[in-house]
Design a protein around this ligand. Structure first.
Ligand SMILES: [Zn+2]
Length: 92
């Protein structure tokens, strides 16, 4: 069980369709469960490490490896579908 809250946020700029901030997931379109699955992996990463350490670790990875290759994004891409299924089943 993880605590999360999906918030409809239609005012995203450019290509971004979702954003996770701690336990909160902002999505442009609530029916886009693919994006929700991806962002929920970040929520899980957040709960795994708690606020400050996660953001410090994420930022460090971002500076070192860029957006695509940072290990949190790699994990989110790999596990997005698994998380999407859990979300759709109400199994989180
Ligand atoms: Zn991501």
């Amino acid at each position: 069980m993880i605590f999360y809250l999906i918030i409809h946020w239609p005012w995203f700029f450019s290509k971004y369709t979702g954003f996770a901030f701690g336990p909160f997931v902002l999505v442009k379109d609530k029916s886009n469960t693919k994006t929700i699955g991806h962002e929920l992996v970040h929520v899980e990463q957040f709960w795994r490490m708690w606020t400050a350490p996660f953001w410090v670790a994420y930022l460090y990875q971002l500076i070192r490896n860029g957006y695509r290759d940072n290990k949190y994004e790699v994990e989110a891409r790999e596990r997005a579908e698994e998380m999407e299924q859990k979300y759709l089943k109400g199994d989180l």
